[in-house]
Design a protein around this ligand. Structure first.
Ligand SMILES: [Zn+2]
Length: 217
């Protein structure tokens, strides 16, 4: 679960084909690294490309943005949940220091700087006025995202521990060495946690907007 700046490479065919065209969706998908531009969830967590949407950053239903309907600069790859929550919401043009409730442009701002992710419990807080608004409005602390983030951090921890362990193996003595036992115990604890998280993740039903809204505070 990592945000990154979405790099826009000019592509005249996007405008020519229009945002409905599957080739455009595929282009935006690659550009966005197979992740939701807002919550950064990987498409695999929600059923892949079929489930994901082409997002109009400046809502196409607003008359002032109608001309941007097929503009590459206005199109992104987003998960269906963020897309529906955002809908035609456009509270204001983004402030350059993020001091208002608004959506910073993901192609000019790396969203990583807007959020703090708690690596222990998987929750997210906005660090700016704009990102506090986004966390609330797009419901960034929904159960699925919490589990996805916890899995991500646990995965990382497990990899680091594994690496550490494999560099230690040649230095260790016999099997049953105290240090070796300590590491093996820790590794197995983490792998149990990871497995439990994967089970929890599978238990989360696919969302309908109504379901998610009900869970909101
Ligand atoms: Zn999303």
């Amino acid at each position: 679960m990592k945000w990154s700046l979405i790099q826009k490479t000019p592509n005249p065919t996007v405008e020519a084909y229009g945002y409905h065209d599957p080739r455009v969706k595929e282009f935006l998908r690659q550009e966005g690294g197979l992740r939701c531009v807002y919550c950064a969830v990987n498409e695999n967590a929600l059923g892949g490309i079929q489930a994901f949407h082409v997002e109009h950053y400046r809502p196409k239903s607003k008359p002032e943005f109608r001309a941007l309907e097929n503009a590459l600069s206005n199109l992104f790859y987003a998960c269906p949940i963020c897309n529906r929550f955002k809908s035609n919401d456009w509270p204001a043009e983004p402030h350059r220091l993020f001091k208002n409730s608004s959506y910073p442009d993901p192609s000019s701002v790396d969203y990583t700087i807007l959020f703090n992710v708690n690596s222990k419990n998987g929750s997210v807080v906005g660090t700016k006025v704009a990102s506090k608004y986004i966390v609330e409005r797009l419901y960034f602390n929904r159960p699925q995202l919490i589990l996805e983030r916890r899995q991500y951090f646990l995965d990382q921890e497990l990899t680091e521990l594994n690496n550490e362990y494999s560099t230690l193996i040649p230095l260790l003595g016999k099997k049953g060495d105290a240090r070796s036992i300590k590491y093996l115990t820790k590794l197995s604890e983490m792998s149990n946690k990871l497995n439990q998280l994967l089970i929890d993740l599978k238990k989360i039903p696919s969302y309908e907007l109504g379901d998610v809204t009900k869970k909101k505070k």
